[in-house]
Design a protein around this ligand. Sequence first.
Ligand code: F0G
Length: 393
Amino acid sequence: MHSTTTKSQRGGGVIERYREFLPVSPSTPIISLGEGNTPLIYSPRLSERIGRGCEVFVKNEGVNPTGSFKDTGMTVAASFAKQAGFRWVACASTGNTSASMAAYAARGGLRSLVLVPDGKISWSKLSQALDYSAVTCQLRTDFDGCLRLLQELVLRAPVYQLNSINPFRLEGQKTLALELLEQFDWQPPDHIIVPGGNLGNSSAIGKALLEMRDLGLISRLPKLSVIQAEGANALVRTLSEAGGKQLVPVQAETQATAIRIGNPASWKKAVHVIEATGGACEQVSEIEIAQAKAEIGAEGIGCEPASAVTLAGLKKLVQQGFVKKDESVVLVLTGNLLKDPDFTMEFHRGDLFKGASAEAEAPLKPLRRPPIVLDATLEAITKTLEEAEKTGA
Ligand code: F0G
């Protein structure tokens, strides 16, 4: 007889595959949904867009069980919560952490409490938390306000905090880097580029790279670079204005709601890994994010807006000469295209940047594919097909 959990482990979750690297013991009850094992995809078209002989790969974390990279950390942290005997787990979230936590809690028979900023997370992410039966509170504040309250709550109530400051989550998220290097046959790429929000992911990937170097699994370090939205650029400012010595918090605003964070918890760790790997930190505009997202979509892969900052950031790093001729680059696509359909629909319908000048929007035009409403006749469809062939749109 096997328990459900034992059976699910056969799906090859990250604890099963990387147990030696993770803080689990033989008696840890493993909560897994078959996370990890995400594809590393070489992209000839993105490579061509970037030019200069660069090879662009994407690591598509959006195909994880709940559609984001959060699942690899959540399997480890939820398993620990179960082992430690907690009945409740809780997080503040911009959407993906809450979806992931709720799923792993449900899977493991734990109850979950979600705190999200009211009106500032996508419906898809919110609906995941509901379906996975979390107690979901939409607070009239931003992500930073949700996190502050949660930190007070855990001092008073017996709930286990599953935000990315949780060390078990960071350990689990290290497996992204292990898996990536395994997929490269332990010959590291020159660059790894990640989006930066609360900065847990960059910290975890950086920690894994340094540990693999120390263990002799890789002989040189990829440069780890972090990209933020211009409107949520606390790390960029921390490095440029305070030399990485103290956090420069910001009032965050961006349509890439997953990274709408002004007071990132893991900023010190992120500064450390950027410096230790020789990486960079850049910011990109809302229009650059939208353009990059559509370009990744046009590749048949797709991602959510926050993930697209990686491609937008890469373009800047190439312009600055930081990414050099013929170098290989991995963009970590953190969340699935279906995580934020409103953004995608507004983009294609031309409604995303109401009031922006035609000049600012010019790079977006050729990427738009609005849905076409037609009379149900063959003639109408044929005409549309001919038009599309003629214009290339
Ligand atoms: N990309 C996506 C799709 C995210 O959901 C997040 C963070 C990030 C990037 C940034 O990662 O915070 O480790 O620097 N989302 C968190 C959440 C904050 O609550 O889902 P980070």
